[in-house]
Design a binder for this molecule. Structure first.
Ligand code: F3S
Length: 281
């Protein structure tokens, strides 16, 4: 008989799960329209489900003329919240508490007189929000070469976009050390991405078949599928349960399931029950 195991860390992270439940709760309670400012999660199925529950999508504050505006997990610049409140919107700030820690760390370093460097992806909404909260001049650095274009001060403070890798941070910090008198690093990396990859690798190395659930266009789901296929030859990346083929599981003892950061727990559970039926569990 087969056993189905779900990776220890799989699917949406704490911050996105929290933002989703705040949005659903707002729709449940509100008499007026509820909008999220930008998609809460990069998953069209979830955007449709939210829509059905009465949570619309606003591309900008202008799009939400009344009611409630939900700020997504990776946060915004403070001016966006001020502007929404000035317009009489009820704001639900679902910024992830870990992202709030980055905001606070950035503001603290700037207040203490450090020149601020944000290790991250320039233009990413989370990074824009961090820059907005830093409240001063700050530089976004995504690799060591980016440092060459900065006129470095004696005292440099560093914070990190939550999804960056410790390796990237370490490279940039070690390039900074010989160039300045002081480097104050506040490591604001969130473990969620690394944990998902590590538990996918662990499960895939033991499983006979791996099913990776999540958008085909989701970068982090594709990365999980790649990690799994390096360790388990029979790895299948599915977006929808209908893609599951019972033939995959013939003779398999251990069937592993993992899911990208944009896959809600309910979708993982659906895939699990489809697989369970396919193998007669
Ligand atoms: Fe998710 Fe918050 Fe980490 S949104 S990736 S738990 S910083």
């Amino acid at each position: 008989a087969s056993v189905i195991e779900i990776a220890l860390h799989a699917g949406v992270c704490y911050g996105v799960e929290r933002a989703l439940s705040m949005a659903y709760a707002a729709a449940h309670d509100a008499a007026q329209p509820v909008h999220t400012l930008g998609p809460l999660i990069h998953n069209p199925r979830v955007v449709c489900e939210l829509e059905r529950e009465g949570v619309g999508l606003a591309d900008s504050v202008d799009d939400a003329s009344a009611g409630t505006l939900v700020i997504r997990a990776h946060g915004v610049v403070p001016q966006v919240i001020d502007e929404a409140r000035d317009r009489g919107l009820h704001v639900i700030d679902a910024t992830c508490p870990y992202v709030k820690k980055v905001h606070a760390a950035a503001a603290k370093l700037v207040a203490q007189g450090y020149q601020l460097i944000v290790v991250g992806e320039s233009g990413h909404p989370e990074v824009e929000g961090i820059l907005g909260h830093a409240g001063g001049a700050a530089f976004v650095v995504s690799n060591v070469e980016d440092l060459d274009s900065i006129d470095l001060c004696r005292r440099v403070g560093v914070v990190v976009q939550t999804t960056q890798t410790p390796e990237r941070l370490a490279q940039i910090v070690s390039a900074l050390v010989p160039r300045v008198a002081e480097v104050n690093v506040i490591n604001t990396i969130c473990k969620a991405t690394h944990e998902r990859q590590a538990s996918a690798a662990d499960l895939a190395s033991r499983a006979d078949v791996m099913v990776v659930v999540g958008g085909k266009n989701s970068g982090n789901t594709r990365r999980l599928a790649q990690i799994c296929s390096e360790r388990c030859a029979s790895t299948h990346h599915i977006e929808d349960d209908a893609e599951i083929d019972p033939a995959w599981f013939e003779g398999a003892s251990l069937i592993g399931i993992t899911a990208g950061a944009s896959t809600p727990a309910a979708h993982i559970e659906q895939a699990r029950s489809v697989i369970a039926r396919a193998v007669g569990l």
